[in-house]
Design a protein around this ligand. Structure first.
Ligand code: FMN
Length: 320
């Protein structure tokens, strides 16, 4: 597979592999690690446009980025065009290169508030939001959505065309319905249909677990780029694998890299919480993983956690 860089609008990265936005996991430490392992693009988890507008300190901290994250994408969620417009023109996102709008989140607390995938039920409002963002910035804008709300409302094709007409520079499709959440395999046929119907890049998200999946989506389903989410958890090496490069950094070093990066921005309590979230995935395939996990999750200081992690991960490599 040829890799000649990949553009979203006028923003270019060295490849078309993205770390997917994942609430609770796509922190600055994990993003920076995935970038080191070869992800062309990293993206924040979804961030409330309204909370940013109200200067919420906790929310603003989610904008922290590492120096190796280039180019970088911020993902916003919300449902009020004027809130998006104000936030985007306020300058608070000035360090980001691309703005992504979340129109796919299925979680009840998001969906029931009219955000995320709920916008697929209201394409007219979704269009106003995209136009408001596009009209408030020179940065390229992309939209991430699902196949529809449920099997009876599969509107991904019309939705993708609407995004293009409203000025989006790329779309990301996670081809499952809201009703499906994460059940079954995502329907890659929907990627092909969208790719055939719009002239902006279509980025595929869903069930990419290997270089073969990546190549399949690019070569056979018309995807211009591919996002990897769950397949990267505990396994940042997947980006190297997809690029056909060898790398076998060990799991302990990977976790310490996440931690060191997080400590540049956050206090120990938050970092400990994030380390717990990540370590569960890094210890998944080691012997006695379940008992080890329980033991590790009870530890209450980073110093102790690191000592124990070093012991349990001594020989565990993230080998290809
Ligand atoms: C824990 C978790 C959190 C997620 N958070 C977000 C999010 O903040 N924004 C978003 O657009 N998608 C989010 N997603 C969806 C992923 O970006 C991705 O589309 C989905 O997981 C399918 O890709 P995968 O099979 O590679 O994981 C999340 C997924 C998971 C598993």
């Amino acid at each position: 597979m040829k890799q000649n860089g990949f553009n979203i609008g006028n923003v270019k990265a060295e490849n078309n592999l993205f770390l997917a936005p994942m609430a609770g996991f796509s922190d600055v430490g994990f993003r920076s690690l995935c970038k080191k392992f070869g992800a062309g693009w990293t993206e924040t988890e979804m961030i409330s446009a309204k909370a940013l507008l109200y200067n919420n300190e906790k929310t603003k901290r989610m904008l922290a980025c590492a120096s190796n994250e280039k180019p970088k994408i911020v993902q916003l969620f919300g449902h009020e065009p004027e809130v998006f417009a104000k936030v985007v023109s306020s300058g608070v996102l000035s360090s980001f290169d691309v703005i992504d709008i979340n129109m796919g989140c299925p979680a009840p607390k998001i969906y029931n508030n009219g955000d995320g995938c709920a916008l697929m039920k209201n394409p007219a409002l979704a269009q106003k939001i995209i136009e408001a963002v596009v009209g408030s910035t020179d940065k390229p804008v992309m939209v991430k959505f699902r196949s529809g709300v449920d099997d009876k409302h599969l509107n991904y094709l019309e939705f993708a065309k609407m995004c293009e007409n409203a000025g989006a520079s790329a779309v990301v499709l996670h081809p499952r319905t809201r009703e499906q959440f994460y059940a079954n395999h995502s329907n890659w046929e929907h990627i092909r249909e969208v790719a055939d119907s719009v002239s902006i890049p279509v980025i595929a998200s869903g069930d990419v677990k290997s270089r073969a999946d990546y190549a399949n989506l690019i070569e056979n389903y018309g995807a211009s780029g591919v996002m990897i989410g769950r397949g990267a958890l505990g396994n940042p090496n997947i980006f190297c694998e997809c690029m056909g490069k060898e790398n076998s950094q060990d799991k302990y070093k990977s976790l310490m890299y996440i931690q060191k990066t997080l400590l540049k921005y956050f206090e120990e309590g938050y970092v400990l919480g994030q380390m717990r979230a990540h370590l569960v995935h890094f210890v998944k395939n080691i012997p006695c993983a379940a008992e080890t996990k329980v033991k590790l999750l009870k530890i209450e200081t980073l110093k102790e956690l690191n000592k124990e992690l070093r012991n349990v991960l001594k020989n565990a490599k993230t080998v290809l």
